[in-house]
Design a protein around this ligand. Structure first.
Ligand SMILES: [Zn+2]
Ligand SMILES: [Zn+2]
Length: 452
Protein backbone atom coordinates (compact mmCIF):
# COMPACT_ATOMS: atom_id res chain seq x y z
CA UNK A 1 0.00 0.00 0.00
CA UNK A 2 2.83 2.31 0.88
CA UNK A 3 4.63 1.53 -2.35
CA UNK A 4 1.63 2.56 -4.37
CA UNK A 5 1.58 6.05 -2.85
CA UNK A 6 5.32 6.53 -2.52
CA UNK A 7 7.80 6.56 -5.34
CA UNK A 8 10.10 3.54 -5.10
CA UNK A 9 13.29 5.53 -4.64
CA UNK A 10 11.84 7.03 -1.44
CA UNK A 11 10.76 3.76 0.07
CA UNK A 12 14.23 2.42 0.73
CA UNK A 13 15.56 5.47 2.60
CA UNK A 14 12.35 5.54 4.59
CA UNK A 15 12.67 1.93 5.68
CA UNK A 16 16.34 2.52 6.51
CA UNK A 17 15.38 5.44 8.64
CA UNK A 18 12.78 3.40 10.51
CA UNK A 19 15.37 0.71 11.10
CA UNK A 20 17.89 3.24 12.38
CA UNK A 21 15.40 4.74 14.79
CA UNK A 22 14.53 1.27 16.03
CA UNK A 23 18.20 0.35 16.52
CA UNK A 24 18.91 3.59 18.30
CA UNK A 25 16.11 3.11 20.80
CA UNK A 26 16.74 -0.57 21.34
CA UNK A 27 20.34 0.30 22.17
CA UNK A 28 19.25 2.97 24.59
CA UNK A 29 16.92 0.74 26.50
CA UNK A 30 18.63 -2.59 26.19
CA UNK A 31 19.44 -3.10 29.88
CA UNK A 32 16.04 -4.06 31.17
CA UNK A 33 12.45 -3.07 30.86
CA UNK A 34 11.90 -0.05 32.98
CA UNK A 35 9.62 -0.38 35.95
CA UNK A 36 6.33 1.42 35.59
CA UNK A 37 6.44 3.52 38.72
CA UNK A 38 6.62 7.16 37.71
CA UNK A 39 8.35 9.78 39.74
CA UNK A 40 6.12 11.81 41.96
CA UNK A 41 5.84 15.17 40.21
CA UNK A 42 4.80 17.04 43.31
CA UNK A 43 8.26 18.34 44.12
CA UNK A 44 7.86 21.44 42.08
CA UNK A 45 7.09 24.44 44.23
CA UNK A 46 9.86 25.27 46.64
CA UNK A 47 10.15 27.95 49.16
CA UNK A 48 13.28 29.97 48.68
CA UNK A 49 16.48 28.36 49.94
CA UNK A 50 17.07 31.36 52.16
CA UNK A 51 13.75 31.25 53.98
CA UNK A 52 13.99 30.34 57.64
CA UNK A 53 12.13 27.36 59.07
CA UNK A 54 8.69 28.03 60.46
CA UNK A 55 8.09 28.56 64.13
CA UNK A 56 6.87 25.24 65.42
CA UNK A 57 4.31 25.25 68.15
CA UNK A 58 3.56 21.94 69.70
CA UNK A 59 0.75 21.90 72.20
CA UNK A 60 1.70 19.94 75.25
CA UNK A 61 -0.96 18.88 77.72
CA UNK A 62 1.45 18.80 80.62
CA UNK A 63 2.34 22.45 80.13
CA UNK A 64 -1.32 23.40 79.82
CA UNK A 65 -2.21 21.47 82.99
CA UNK A 66 0.65 23.04 84.92
CA UNK A 67 -0.33 26.52 83.77
CA UNK A 68 -3.98 25.95 84.69
CA UNK A 69 -2.97 24.77 88.13
CA UNK A 70 -0.77 27.81 88.63
CA UNK A 71 -3.71 30.04 87.73
CA UNK A 72 -5.80 28.39 90.40
CA UNK A 73 -8.09 26.62 87.90
CA UNK A 74 -6.73 23.07 87.71
CA UNK A 75 -8.16 20.83 84.99
CA UNK A 76 -9.49 17.58 86.38
CA UNK A 77 -10.00 14.33 84.44
CA UNK A 78 -13.49 13.76 83.02
CA UNK A 79 -15.98 12.33 85.47
CA UNK A 80 -17.08 9.51 83.20
CA UNK A 81 -20.22 7.44 83.64
CA UNK A 82 -20.09 5.52 80.39
CA UNK A 83 -16.85 4.43 78.66
CA UNK A 84 -15.86 6.15 75.39
CA UNK A 85 -17.33 4.47 72.33
CA UNK A 86 -14.20 4.95 70.21
CA UNK A 87 -10.75 3.44 70.64
CA UNK A 88 -8.36 6.27 71.39
CA UNK A 89 -5.19 6.69 73.45
CA UNK A 90 -4.77 10.43 73.67
CA UNK A 91 -5.73 13.84 72.34
CA UNK A 92 -4.50 14.19 68.75
CA UNK A 93 -3.56 17.81 69.38
CA UNK A 94 -1.96 18.10 72.82
CA UNK A 95 -1.36 14.47 73.75
CA UNK A 96 -3.56 14.51 76.86
CA UNK A 97 -4.37 10.96 78.00
CA UNK A 98 -7.77 9.34 77.53
CA UNK A 99 -9.09 10.37 80.93
CA UNK A 100 -9.29 13.99 79.73
CA UNK A 101 -11.42 13.19 76.68
CA UNK A 102 -15.19 13.14 76.42
CA UNK A 103 -17.72 12.36 73.69
CA UNK A 104 -18.97 15.39 71.83
CA UNK A 105 -21.72 14.43 69.37
CA UNK A 106 -21.14 13.36 65.80
CA UNK A 107 -19.57 15.06 62.83
CA UNK A 108 -21.56 15.59 59.56
CA UNK A 109 -20.45 12.17 58.27
CA UNK A 110 -21.74 10.44 61.39
CA UNK A 111 -18.38 9.81 63.07
CA UNK A 112 -18.29 10.07 66.86
CA UNK A 113 -16.52 13.27 67.87
CA UNK A 114 -14.43 13.76 70.98
CA UNK A 115 -13.39 16.87 72.81
CA UNK A 116 -10.25 17.30 74.85
CA UNK A 117 -10.83 18.92 78.21
CA UNK A 118 -7.26 20.19 78.29
CA UNK A 119 -6.96 22.03 74.96
CA UNK A 120 -10.60 22.07 73.75
CA UNK A 121 -9.60 20.33 70.52
CA UNK A 122 -12.45 18.47 68.82
CA UNK A 123 -11.99 15.66 66.34
CA UNK A 124 -13.43 12.38 65.11
CA UNK A 125 -10.73 9.74 65.69
CA UNK A 126 -12.28 7.14 63.41
CA UNK A 127 -12.54 9.42 60.41
CA UNK A 128 -10.35 7.73 57.79
CA UNK A 129 -8.22 10.62 56.51
CA UNK A 130 -7.30 11.82 59.95
CA UNK A 131 -3.77 11.14 61.08
CA UNK A 132 -3.45 10.05 64.68
CA UNK A 133 -0.10 11.68 65.41
CA UNK A 134 -0.33 15.03 67.08
CA UNK A 135 0.71 17.57 64.56
CA UNK A 136 2.26 20.83 65.67
CA UNK A 137 1.13 24.21 64.47
CA UNK A 138 3.57 25.76 62.03
CA UNK A 139 3.75 29.52 62.03
CA UNK A 140 5.12 31.70 59.24
CA UNK A 141 8.52 33.08 60.30
CA UNK A 142 7.71 36.33 58.47
CA UNK A 143 4.31 37.16 59.92
CA UNK A 144 3.50 34.66 62.65
CA UNK A 145 0.37 33.46 60.85
CA UNK A 146 -0.48 29.79 61.28
CA UNK A 147 0.43 28.03 58.02
CA UNK A 148 -2.38 26.23 56.29
CA UNK A 149 -2.13 22.82 54.75
CA UNK A 150 -1.73 22.94 51.00
CA UNK A 151 -1.23 19.30 50.01
CA UNK A 152 -0.52 15.93 51.57
CA UNK A 153 2.00 13.67 49.94
CA UNK A 154 3.36 10.28 50.81
CA UNK A 155 6.18 11.45 53.04
CA UNK A 156 5.40 15.08 53.65
CA UNK A 157 2.74 17.73 53.99
CA UNK A 158 3.03 21.06 52.22
CA UNK A 159 2.14 24.19 54.13
CA UNK A 160 1.66 27.69 52.91
CA UNK A 161 1.22 31.12 54.48
CA UNK A 162 -2.02 32.58 53.17
CA UNK A 163 -1.77 35.89 54.99
CA UNK A 164 -2.08 38.76 52.50
CA UNK A 165 -0.30 41.06 54.93
CA UNK A 166 2.71 38.74 55.18
CA UNK A 167 5.93 40.67 54.56
CA UNK A 168 7.25 37.88 52.34
CA UNK A 169 4.16 38.10 50.14
CA UNK A 170 4.22 41.89 50.08
CA UNK A 171 7.92 42.23 49.29
CA UNK A 172 8.59 39.27 47.03
CA UNK A 173 5.16 38.32 45.77
CA UNK A 174 5.85 34.79 46.85
CA UNK A 175 4.06 32.85 49.54
CA UNK A 176 6.09 31.36 52.35
CA UNK A 177 6.04 27.58 51.96
CA UNK A 178 7.19 24.74 54.11
CA UNK A 179 7.19 21.01 53.75
CA UNK A 180 6.96 18.96 56.91
CA UNK A 181 8.37 15.45 56.53
CA UNK A 182 6.94 12.55 58.44
CA UNK A 183 10.47 11.30 59.13
CA UNK A 184 13.44 12.81 60.89
CA UNK A 185 15.96 13.95 58.31
CA UNK A 186 18.75 13.87 60.90
CA UNK A 187 18.12 10.23 61.72
CA UNK A 188 17.94 8.78 58.22
CA UNK A 189 20.37 5.94 57.64
CA UNK A 190 21.20 4.08 54.46
CA UNK A 191 19.84 0.54 54.32
CA UNK A 192 21.96 -2.07 56.03
CA UNK A 193 21.37 -5.77 56.76
CA UNK A 194 19.99 -5.94 60.27
CA UNK A 195 20.04 -9.71 60.65
CA UNK A 196 22.76 -12.21 61.27
CA UNK A 197 21.18 -15.53 60.27
CA UNK A 198 24.27 -17.59 61.12
CA UNK A 199 27.23 -17.17 63.41
CA UNK A 200 30.20 -17.19 61.05
CA UNK A 201 32.62 -18.03 63.85
CA UNK A 202 30.90 -21.33 64.50
CA UNK A 203 30.51 -22.48 60.90
CA UNK A 204 31.66 -26.04 60.26
CA UNK A 205 33.16 -24.81 56.97
CA UNK A 206 35.58 -22.31 58.45
CA UNK A 207 36.73 -18.88 57.31
CA UNK A 208 38.68 -20.09 54.30
CA UNK A 209 35.67 -21.66 52.57
CA UNK A 210 33.42 -18.76 53.51
CA UNK A 211 35.76 -16.20 52.01
CA UNK A 212 36.22 -18.35 48.89
CA UNK A 213 32.44 -18.44 48.55
CA UNK A 214 32.46 -14.62 48.64
CA UNK A 215 35.18 -14.54 45.97
CA UNK A 216 32.92 -16.61 43.73
CA UNK A 217 29.57 -15.04 44.58
CA UNK A 218 30.50 -11.38 44.98
CA UNK A 219 33.85 -11.22 43.19
CA UNK A 220 33.16 -13.30 40.10
CA UNK A 221 29.44 -12.61 40.09
CA UNK A 222 28.36 -16.25 40.08
CA UNK A 223 24.83 -17.09 41.15
CA UNK A 224 24.31 -18.88 44.46
CA UNK A 225 23.88 -22.19 42.65
CA UNK A 226 27.00 -21.67 40.57
CA UNK A 227 28.91 -20.72 43.72
CA UNK A 228 27.75 -23.95 45.30
CA UNK A 229 29.04 -25.90 42.30
CA UNK A 230 32.32 -24.00 42.21
CA UNK A 231 32.96 -24.79 45.90
CA UNK A 232 32.25 -28.45 45.23
CA UNK A 233 34.58 -28.55 42.23
CA UNK A 234 37.41 -26.59 43.79
CA UNK A 235 37.32 -27.64 47.44
CA UNK A 236 35.01 -30.65 47.52
CA UNK A 237 32.64 -29.09 50.06
CA UNK A 238 28.86 -28.86 49.67
CA UNK A 239 27.20 -26.07 51.60
CA UNK A 240 23.64 -25.44 50.36
CA UNK A 241 22.75 -22.32 48.37
CA UNK A 242 20.79 -21.14 51.43
CA UNK A 243 23.88 -21.54 53.61
CA UNK A 244 25.94 -19.43 51.22
CA UNK A 245 23.17 -16.82 51.22
CA UNK A 246 23.21 -16.84 55.04
CA UNK A 247 26.98 -16.31 55.05
CA UNK A 248 26.51 -13.30 52.77
CA UNK A 249 23.87 -11.71 54.98
CA UNK A 250 25.82 -12.36 58.17
CA UNK A 251 29.06 -11.05 56.71
CA UNK A 252 27.36 -7.93 55.35
CA UNK A 253 25.76 -7.41 58.74
CA UNK A 254 29.18 -7.57 60.38
CA UNK A 255 31.07 -5.45 57.88
CA UNK A 256 28.31 -2.96 57.02
CA UNK A 257 28.71 -0.75 60.09
CA UNK A 258 32.45 -0.39 59.39
CA UNK A 259 32.07 0.88 55.85
CA UNK A 260 31.69 4.50 56.86
CA UNK A 261 34.89 4.40 58.90
CA UNK A 262 37.05 2.93 56.16
CA UNK A 263 39.53 5.08 54.35
CA UNK A 264 37.85 6.73 51.36
CA UNK A 265 39.60 9.41 49.31
CA UNK A 266 37.07 12.11 48.47
CA UNK A 267 37.72 14.33 45.46
CA UNK A 268 35.00 16.90 46.13
CA UNK A 269 32.77 15.71 43.29
CA UNK A 270 29.98 13.23 43.93
CA UNK A 271 27.79 11.72 41.23
CA UNK A 272 24.48 10.34 42.43
CA UNK A 273 21.80 8.38 40.62
CA UNK A 274 19.47 5.46 41.06
CA UNK A 275 18.86 2.29 39.12
CA UNK A 276 16.38 -0.52 39.55
CA UNK A 277 16.86 -4.12 40.53
CA UNK A 278 14.37 -6.90 40.99
CA UNK A 279 13.75 -8.53 44.34
CA UNK A 280 11.25 -11.37 44.52
CA UNK A 281 9.86 -10.18 41.20
CA UNK A 282 9.21 -6.57 42.19
CA UNK A 283 11.27 -3.50 41.36
CA UNK A 284 13.43 -1.83 43.94
CA UNK A 285 15.63 1.21 43.63
CA UNK A 286 19.32 1.33 44.27
CA UNK A 287 20.53 4.83 45.08
CA UNK A 288 24.25 5.12 44.56
CA UNK A 289 26.79 7.86 45.19
CA UNK A 290 30.15 7.59 43.46
CA UNK A 291 33.23 9.74 43.71
CA UNK A 292 33.42 11.66 40.44
CA UNK A 293 37.19 11.41 40.11
CA UNK A 294 38.41 8.16 41.63
CA UNK A 295 35.28 6.15 40.96
CA UNK A 296 34.87 4.55 44.38
CA UNK A 297 31.41 3.98 45.82
CA UNK A 298 30.70 6.42 48.64
CA UNK A 299 27.27 5.12 49.60
CA UNK A 300 24.40 2.94 48.49
CA UNK A 301 20.83 2.80 49.62
CA UNK A 302 18.25 0.21 48.64
CA UNK A 303 14.64 1.33 48.73
CA UNK A 304 11.24 0.11 47.65
CA UNK A 305 10.48 3.53 46.24
CA UNK A 306 12.15 6.03 43.99
CA UNK A 307 11.25 8.99 46.12
CA UNK A 308 12.59 12.06 47.87
CA UNK A 309 13.09 10.10 51.08
CA UNK A 310 15.57 7.82 49.30
CA UNK A 311 17.39 10.80 47.76
CA UNK A 312 17.57 12.60 51.12
CA UNK A 313 18.87 9.43 52.77
CA UNK A 314 21.78 9.01 50.40
CA UNK A 315 22.57 12.73 50.41
CA UNK A 316 22.71 12.69 54.20
CA UNK A 317 25.22 9.82 54.05
CA UNK A 318 27.40 11.83 51.62
CA UNK A 319 27.23 14.87 53.89
CA UNK A 320 28.23 12.73 56.88
CA UNK A 321 31.14 11.29 54.92
CA UNK A 322 32.35 14.76 53.94
CA UNK A 323 32.26 15.98 57.54
CA UNK A 324 31.67 19.62 56.79
CA UNK A 325 33.90 19.92 53.73
CA UNK A 326 32.40 21.26 50.50
CA UNK A 327 31.51 19.07 47.56
CA UNK A 328 29.70 19.34 44.24
CA UNK A 329 26.73 17.04 43.79
CA UNK A 330 26.04 15.93 40.21
CA UNK A 331 22.71 14.34 39.39
CA UNK A 332 20.26 14.08 36.54
CA UNK A 333 17.22 16.36 36.38
CA UNK A 334 15.08 14.19 38.67
CA UNK A 335 13.34 16.58 41.09
CA UNK A 336 13.92 14.24 44.03
CA UNK A 337 17.53 15.47 44.21
CA UNK A 338 16.44 19.10 44.31
CA UNK A 339 14.18 18.15 47.19
CA UNK A 340 17.08 16.40 48.90
CA UNK A 341 19.35 19.42 48.52
CA UNK A 342 16.60 21.57 49.91
CA UNK A 343 16.09 19.28 52.90
CA UNK A 344 19.85 19.30 53.54
CA UNK A 345 19.76 23.07 53.66
CA UNK A 346 16.70 23.23 55.90
CA UNK A 347 17.36 20.36 58.27
CA UNK A 348 21.09 19.63 58.17
CA UNK A 349 22.28 23.23 57.76
CA UNK A 350 24.35 22.15 54.78
CA UNK A 351 24.63 24.03 51.51
CA UNK A 352 25.17 21.66 48.65
CA UNK A 353 26.50 22.88 45.32
CA UNK A 354 24.14 20.96 43.08
CA UNK A 355 24.65 20.54 39.32
CA UNK A 356 21.97 18.81 37.31
CA UNK A 357 22.86 17.28 34.00
CA UNK A 358 20.12 17.18 31.40
CA UNK A 359 19.11 14.16 29.38
CA UNK A 360 20.77 12.85 26.28
CA UNK A 361 18.90 15.01 23.84
CA UNK A 362 19.81 18.47 25.04
CA UNK A 363 23.16 20.08 24.54
CA UNK A 364 24.36 23.66 24.31
CA UNK A 365 24.33 24.15 28.07
CA UNK A 366 27.89 24.67 29.18
CA UNK A 367 27.64 23.36 32.72
CA UNK A 368 26.13 20.23 31.23
CA UNK A 369 29.28 19.49 29.32
CA UNK A 370 31.48 20.08 32.34
CA UNK A 371 29.54 17.72 34.60
CA UNK A 372 28.28 15.10 32.17
CA UNK A 373 31.43 12.97 32.46
CA UNK A 374 30.71 12.49 36.17
CA UNK A 375 27.22 11.39 35.34
CA UNK A 376 28.66 8.92 32.86
CA UNK A 377 30.88 7.43 35.57
CA UNK A 378 27.83 6.40 37.56
CA UNK A 379 26.06 5.07 34.49
CA UNK A 380 29.07 2.94 33.74
CA UNK A 381 28.99 1.68 37.31
CA UNK A 382 25.34 0.64 36.98
CA UNK A 383 26.21 -1.09 33.72
CA UNK A 384 28.98 -3.03 35.49
CA UNK A 385 26.78 -3.92 38.41
CA UNK A 386 23.91 -5.06 36.22
CA UNK A 387 26.17 -7.18 34.06
CA UNK A 388 27.56 -8.59 37.27
CA UNK A 389 24.31 -9.56 38.87
CA UNK A 390 22.54 -10.58 35.65
CA UNK A 391 23.00 -14.25 36.48
CA UNK A 392 20.87 -13.78 39.56
CA UNK A 393 18.01 -12.32 37.50
CA UNK A 394 16.05 -11.54 40.63
CA UNK A 395 17.17 -11.61 44.24
CA UNK A 396 15.10 -13.89 46.43
CA UNK A 397 14.96 -11.57 49.44
CA UNK A 398 15.53 -7.95 50.41
CA UNK A 399 18.18 -8.96 52.94
CA UNK A 400 19.93 -11.10 50.36
CA UNK A 401 20.01 -8.24 47.84
CA UNK A 402 21.16 -5.78 50.48
CA UNK A 403 23.92 -8.13 51.62
CA UNK A 404 25.12 -8.63 48.05
CA UNK A 405 25.18 -4.87 47.48
CA UNK A 406 27.00 -4.17 50.71
CA UNK A 407 29.69 -6.72 49.95
CA UNK A 408 29.87 -5.63 46.32
CA UNK A 409 30.56 -2.07 47.48
CA UNK A 410 33.56 -3.29 49.50
CA UNK A 411 34.71 -5.54 46.66
CA UNK A 412 34.37 -2.75 44.12
CA UNK A 413 36.31 -0.23 46.22
CA UNK A 414 39.07 -2.39 47.62
CA UNK A 415 39.55 -5.52 45.51
CA UNK A 416 38.16 -5.29 41.98
CA UNK A 417 40.77 -4.55 39.32
CA UNK A 418 39.63 -1.62 37.17
CA UNK A 419 40.99 -1.15 33.69
CA UNK A 420 40.90 2.61 34.21
CA UNK A 421 43.13 2.27 37.27
CA UNK A 422 45.92 0.26 35.75
CA UNK A 423 44.12 -2.95 36.73
CA UNK A 424 44.09 -2.02 40.38
CA UNK A 425 41.25 -1.28 42.74
CA UNK A 426 40.28 2.40 43.18
CA UNK A 427 41.68 2.08 46.68
CA UNK A 428 44.65 -0.16 47.12
CA UNK A 429 44.93 -1.39 50.67
CA UNK A 430 47.84 -3.44 51.90
CA UNK A 431 48.19 -6.34 54.26
CA UNK A 432 50.68 -6.44 57.14
CA UNK A 433 53.52 -7.36 54.76
CA UNK A 434 52.82 -4.43 52.48
CA UNK A 435 51.23 -6.57 49.74
CA UNK A 436 48.05 -5.27 48.07
CA UNK A 437 45.11 -7.37 49.17
CA UNK A 438 43.10 -9.15 46.52
CA UNK A 439 40.84 -11.67 48.21
CA UNK A 440 37.93 -11.66 50.61
CA UNK A 441 39.94 -13.44 53.28
CA UNK A 442 42.46 -10.59 53.29
CA UNK A 443 39.80 -7.92 53.06
CA UNK A 444 37.91 -9.29 56.07
CA UNK A 445 41.12 -9.39 58.07
CA UNK A 446 41.96 -5.82 57.02
CA UNK A 447 38.51 -4.46 57.93
CA UNK A 448 38.56 -6.17 61.31
CA UNK A 449 41.94 -4.63 62.01
CA UNK A 450 40.74 -1.18 60.97
CA UNK A 451 37.90 -1.67 63.36
CA UNK A 452 40.21 -1.84 66.35
ZN1 LIG B 1 -5.94 18.21 73.79
ZN1 LIG C 1 3.51 34.90 56.36
Amino acid sequence: MISRNLPNFLLKPLMNFVLLVYLFFSKLFHVDFEPKEKLDDSYTKFNSFDDPLPVIEQLNYQEILAEAKENGQPIKPVNRRKPLTVEVEKCSECGAPKKYLYSFGHDPDGYQKLQCKVCDHQWAPEKPELRSSNRPTYRCPFCGYALSKEKERKHFTKYKCRNDDCSKWKNEHKRYRYRAYDFDVENLEVSRPDKEPVNLDHSQYGNFIISKAMDFYVGLGLSLRQTKRALKLAYNVSPSAQTIQNWTVSLAHRLGPNIKDLDLPLSGIVAVDETYIKIKGSWHYLFTAIDGKNGCIIAQHLSKHRDAKGAITILKRIIDQYQGRDFVLVSDMAPIYRTAVHAAKAFLKTDVDHRQVKGLFTDDDNSDEVYRPYKNIIERFFGTYKAHYKRHKSFSSFDGALAHLTLYQLYFNYIKPHSSFDNKAPLVVEDSRGQPINSWAQLIRWINKTDK
